[in-house]
Design a protein around this ligand. Structure first.
Ligand SMILES: NC(=O)c1ccc[n+]([C@@H]2O[C@H](COP(=O)([O-])OP(=O)(O)OC[C@H]3O[C@@H](n4cnc5c(N)ncnc54)[C@H](O)[C@@H]3O)[C@@H](O)[C@H]2O)c1
Ligand SMILES: O=C(O)C[C@H](O)C(=O)O
Length: 318
């Protein structure tokens, strides 16, 4: 059972605080511990959320760790620490600044919550998941990145908008890295089991694919001061719950590949069976030539970021 489980959230900004709120409202775990450099703000949010939990009769308590040393014995730690992008920026522009923060935070997690499963959220997501894996020294099954659930949900919402029906019955599928060359898979997307190609024209589907690829930037363009957080937070909470409840359900997640899909030593989004041990199984879906090409392009973009980190001797620095 999930009674007694502790979830740490590093970075209690827009995404982190909304993940915490979502979990507290569901009573997904016994304790949520927020860790942020802005300690006073985190304390205010923790109090506010604990009171919201009391309002819905949830047993979840939300508290604050004033340093990484206090973030002990967590079962799951979500990392959202770092900067979001602003209009005109790509997620990749956050590489060096967020990699430094991720390194510091993940070393703390490995030291003080050595049995935790890490869910990375900070961008650029796939590269940050790679950094988290290397800096934690954890088995790859215990380091996952959140993006695929978000990207698939966006695609589903765009399909519903285009069709004007089917809400709640849409299963959209997106693989690859969380960048502009992510790989939406209309061939694996259905509405109540009906293939998307039976419901929409190729042009309409192309429009949905393109909008999905730029779904994050669309919201940044409206918000101006940061990026999306409701759908990202809910998508993250789904991963946390899958671990705590040992659901063994399949979700698209970013994981370190060791030969799957023909790739090694790179992180990308693929279908993963999630359970109490984290990424318990990577599922290999059959891709056609065009889909394979798109997946290759996406993996190569993530590889470029990893190469940049290596060129900057990032993994050699203390
Ligand atoms: N993977 C995804 O799909 C996805 C979706 C949304 C956002 N993101 C990314 O998540 C990150 C957070 O986004 P946000 O909107 O919550 O930003 P935000 O600015 O609202 O929150 C980030 C928080 O991190 C804190 N922080 C910075 N350095 C820290 C450190 N060393 N230790 C502890 N806390 C630290 C900041 O004080 C801030 O409160 C960004 O990098 C964003 O791009 C990813
Ligand atoms: O777009 C961003 O920068 C944030 C996040 O990756 C998203 O897709 O919403």
């Amino acid at each position: 059972m999930n009674q007694g489980k502790r979830v740490g959230i590093v970075g209690a900004g827009n995404v982190g605080a909304t993940v915490a709120y979502s979990l507290a409202m569901l009573g997904s775990c016994h304790e949520i511990i927020l860790r942020d450099n802005k300690i006073e703000v985190a304390k205010g949010k923790a109090l506010d959320m604990s009171q919201a939990a009391a309002a819905v009769r949830s047993h979840t308590v939300v508290s604050v760790a004033e340093s990484m040393e206090e973030l002990t014995d967590c079962d799951v730690v979500v990392v959202t620490a770092g900067s979001p992008r602003l209009p005109g920026m790509s997620r990749d522009d956050l590489l060096m600044i967020n990699a430094k923060i991720t390194k510091e935070v993940v070393r703390g997690i490995a030291k003080y919550s050595p049995n935790a499963i890490i869910i990375m959220v900070s961008n650029p997501l796939d590269a940050m998941t790679y950094v988290a894996l290397k800096e934690s020294g954890f088995d790859r099954s215990r380091v996952l990145g959140m993006a695929g659930i978000l990207d698939s949900s966006r695609m589903a919402a765009f399909i519903q908008e285009k069709l004007g029906y089917g809400g709640g019955q849409i299963r959209a599928s997106v693989m690859g890295g969380h960048g502009d060359d992510m790989v939406p898979l209309p061939r694996y997307s259905t509405v109540a089991g009906v293939p998307l190609f039976d419901l929409l024209t190729e042009d309409e589907i192309d429009e949905i694919v393109d909008r999905t690829r730029h779904g994050g930037a669309e919201i940044v363009g409206y918000l101006k001061t940061g990026s999306a957080y409701y759908a990202p937070a809910k998508s993250t909470a789904i991963m946390v719950e899958a671990i705590l409840k040992d659901t063994k359900q399949i979700h698209p997640c970013a994981v370190y590949l060791e030969g799957e899909y023909g790739y090694d030593d790179v992180v990308s989004g693929v279908p993963v069976m999630i359970g109490a041990n984290g990424a318990e199984k990577i599922i290999e879906v059959t891709l056609n030539e065009k889909e394979k090409e798109m997946f290759a392009r996406s993996c190569s973009s993530v590889q470029t970021l990893i190469d940049t980190l290596n060129e900057n001797k990032f993994f050699e620095e203390a």
